[in-house]
Design a protein around this ligand. Structure first.
Ligand code: C2E
Ligand code: MG
Ligand code: MG
Ligand code: MG
Length: 281
């Protein structure tokens, strides 16, 4: 995510207009303590829906921080702060562990639910990341193909060579890879060809107004074709109404995510709606 978004996130946290270093330090202290607590960080899950038949293709895990005094803090307000320090590593580890435990619980209940996890630049580019991931897969017993790692174009641009190496190591574990927020990062098409990825997620900003805005629609159509020509699955994020869903079906988009289908929810809510046991008769 861009610098402006990062700046806005500091501003929104304390309600003032500038990122105050005292607030940042308080926030970092709270994050450090929060990470030693087993319950402050949780995951919500948002369904990825197959547009051909409305079935569940998988879920995206989205971090939630329940601050002891301030209440719920959205990830846009604390992930960029974590990313400025090495605290991002235990955070990424926590998120992966929670997501893999959930995938294993679903497996034990008879459901193969692929889970996608967002991994920030600093964590992905850390040389120990693939090894940590391998260890977590082993300790949770989840097959690699039930995990997908979402990275952004920003990560690719910041260090293409290391990103490509990391993605190769991740895929060697059977884990899927995805480019999130596609279209926002000016990543060159020549890199896309070289990237070991399985999926492309079209950024919400293009999807949101594709029904009313011809240029957004053209961009979504191009991204769908580009993904398919490269042999990738394509996901549209931020689908908020049936008209957008229909337009995406018209363009041949594979999968969609958004409030129209479901908001991110705790795993238990998802179970009730999407993972009912098959009817016996
Ligand atoms: P993202 O990975 O692009 O996730 C999609 C965001 O869009 C989520 O916001 C989701 O709640 C929201 N969203 C989904 N459908 C709709 C819709 O129809 N309309 C609108 N307006 N929004 C929709 P959330 O949960 O606040 O997460 C924001 C960002 O924070 C994520 O963007 C991701 O970049 C980051 N993030 C979340 N969890 C993690 C994490 O565990 N690790 C890292 N590194 N980043 C995370
Ligand atoms: Mg994502
Ligand atoms: Mg996204
Ligand atoms: Mg996004």
């Amino acid at each position: 995510h861009d610098a402006k978004q990062q700046h806005d996130s500091f501003r929104r946290f304390d309600g003032t207009t500038a990122p105050d270093s005292n607030d940042r330090l308080t926030l970092l202290g709270d994050l450090r303590r929060g990470l030693t607590d087993a319950g402050q960080f949780t995951l919500h899950y948002q369904p990825k829906i197959r547009l051909c038949d409305g079935t569940l293709a998988g879920v995206e895990a989205l971090a939630r921080w329940n601050h002891p005094d301030r209440g719920p803090v959205p990830p846009g307000q604390f992930v960029p702060v974590l990313e400025t320090t090495s605290l991002i590593h235990p955070f990424t580890e926590r998120v992966l562990d929670l997501a893999l435990r959930q995938a294993r619980d679903w497996l034990e209940a008879g459901h193969r639910v692929p889970v996608a996890v967002n991994v920030s630049t600093r964590s992905l580019l850390d040389a120990t990341f693939p090894g940590r991931l391998a260890a977590l897969l082993k300790s949770t017993g989840v097959p690699g193909e039930l995990l997908c790692i979402e990275i952004t174009e920003y990560t690719v641009m910041s260090d293409p060579t290391t990103t490509i190496d990391a993605l190769r190591s991740i895929r060697a574990l059977g884990v899927k890879t995805s480019i999130d927020d596609f279209g926002t990062g000016y990543s060159s098409l020549s890199y896309l060809k070289l990237l070991p990825v399985d999926e492309l997620k079209i950024d919400r900003s293009f999807v949101t107004d594709m029904v009313d805005d011809n240029s957004s629609r053209a961009l979504v159509a191009s991204a769908v074709d580009l993904a398919h020509n490269l042999g990738l699955t394509v996901v549209a994020e931020g689908v908020e109404d049936v008209f957008t869903a229909q337009a995406l079906i018209g363009l041949g988009c594979d999968t969609a995510q958004g409030y129209h289908f479901a908001r991110p929810t705790p795993a238990a809510d998802l179970d009730a709606r999407f993972l009912q046991p098959e009817p016996v008769v």
